[in-house]
Design a protein around this ligand. Structure first.
Ligand code: IYR
Length: 218
């Protein structure tokens, strides 16, 4: 394997502390938003964020993520209709009581107006296996971890640039393959709703777990 020189930027300690603190202060402000303004977003901000996502680490560098950007209002409408159909099933029949109880504080229901109101939807697909130039299957590794990390990069990059997101997971979401014309080897991972929050948008008054609960030093 050919190797190239690593470009590692080492900061002076004072600058490290400052960067970590500034990043933390902004990242912990991120909230999942469920009411979106129709205002369009700058295309280059979206592209920059997608390039950040596509730079994520992945199992054996297979990069098993595919991002489908949806701005067309007819496609958004079709996605909303299909998602709400699944969600009605979920909320009325499929969801066990404990799950509905866990969702109660979030106030979610089967109506998904954000799917047509937000300027951009990004359907994120997980490539279950690749295809080489001779048409043979190529195995991917740690797909869920890899696509999850890339999605985290994407959400962070969009937040960093001043945009809001909603990680939406209508289930099942196979309808996304049909509407977006994706091959069956790509499994829908999640639908990321992107835009500005509606004026006066509210979010649930929920809190993060205590730091000591989620971080243990041994
Ligand atoms: N997918 C449904 C239900 C839902 C599930 C979880 I876990 C959430 O954190 C929020 C919602 C929906 O989008 O309404």
């Amino acid at each position: 394997m050919e190797e190239i020189r690593l470009h590692f930027q080492r900061f002076a300690e004072e600058e490290m502390l400052e960067r970590a603190q500034v990043f933390r202060a902004h990242m912990v402000q991120r909230r999942t938003v469920r009411a979106f303004h129709e205002r369009p977003i700058p295309p280059s901000v979206l592209e920059d964020a997608l390039r950040v996502a596509a730079s994520a680490p992945s199992g054996a560098n297979r990069q098993p993520w595919r991002f489908v950007v949806i701005e067309d209002s007819h496609i958004k409408r079709r996605i909303r209709v299909a998602a709400e159909k699944e969600e009605r099933e979920f909320y009325s029949t499929r969801a066990p009581d404990d799950w509905l109880e866990a969702l109660e504080p979030l106030g979610t229901d089967a109506n998904k107006p954000f799917l047509t109101e937000a300027p951009v939807l990004i359907a994120i697909f997980l490539e279950r296996f690749g295809i080489d130039c001779e048409g043979n299957r190529v195995k991917n590794y740690y797909m869920t971890e890899s696509v999850g990390i890339a999605t985290g990069f994407l959400i962070s990059a969009l937040h960093h640039a001043g945009l809001a997101t909603l990680t939406h997971t209508p289930s099942p979401m196979r309808f996304l393959n049909e509407i977006l014309n994706r091959p069956s080897r790509e499994r829908p991972f999640l639908l990321l709703v992107v835009g500005y929050p509606k004026d006066n948008a509210t979010v649930p008054a929920i809190e993060r777990l205590p730091f000591q609960t989620v971080v243990t030093k041994v």
